[in-house]
Design a protein around this ligand. Sequence first.
Ligand code: SAM
Length: 280
Amino acid sequence: MEIKEIVKEKYGQAALRVTTGGSSCCGASATVDGCGVDPITSHHYDANQTGQIPEEAVVASLGCGNPTALAQLNPGEVVLDLGSGGGIDVLLSAKRVGPTGKAYGLDMTDEMLALARENQRKSGLLNVEFLKGEIENIPLPDNSVDVIISNCVINLSGDKDRVLQEAFRVLKPGGRFAVSDVVVRGTVPDEVKRSMLLWVGCIAGALQDEQYVSKLAKSGFDQIDIEPTRVYNIEDARTFLSAEGIDVDSIAAQVDGRFMSAFIHATKPAAACCAPGCCS
Ligand SMILES: C[S@@+](CC[C@H](N)C(=O)[O-])C[C@H]1O[C@@H](n2cnc3c(N)ncnc32)[C@H](O)[C@@H]1O
């Protein structure tokens, strides 16, 4: 409960900063370089994508990837964004699935929901709905979603097993899980991991790549894959870690190449054929 309250407070403040004309960033760059070019959250979207949606949705972007660019989204499909923030990926998905499809955003932070709904109003998109709730208890029925996307949110949850089980529950048979998240490659000492994850985001609890795969498999997913999209090295984090009093050179060898943003994808198996004609 405590983690959730801290996350809510941090992201509520980030949303308010955007509303008052500032930048949304709330990780290391907010304290160290005043939200300049954040190596985690910047440059994920090209001009073709950002030109399609309100500027405030782009400014509010706090993800560590671009799941809508990597996910397959087809006209008429239902998409759900876990931890939708200011709504950037929901609005981009809504454009891709078109008026016969629907894009849901789910977030627990009131200020983020208000910002996202305002961005939806400015976009004029009607096939969008922002829901208030927690990704550990998704307020949608079983087998109702074609594609789950998410951008740098699952690492924030204190109960990742529950999030993946809920994602599996709401996906239709054959549905796709297509998520950007921070992942740790291999084993890293806890102390080093804590420092790096403090740098990566407001509050991050990234999984090791093998843990992610095994948790997805345990929840029932198959065709699981993790593709690195941005690998971080110690120089990206040097200023922040030094300011925290950490001897950067002594941990460099344990950090380089181990922390990355990745595109994680998996599939809910299609329903088994249970009666004559049921698969036709
Ligand atoms: C790092 S921001 C990412 C926002 C958005 N996906 C983007 O790319 O800009 C994390 C968002 O997830 C939301 N969030 C974090 N944990 C959550 C949870 N357990 N349930 C629902 N929303 C959550 C926060 O309120 C915040 O808006």
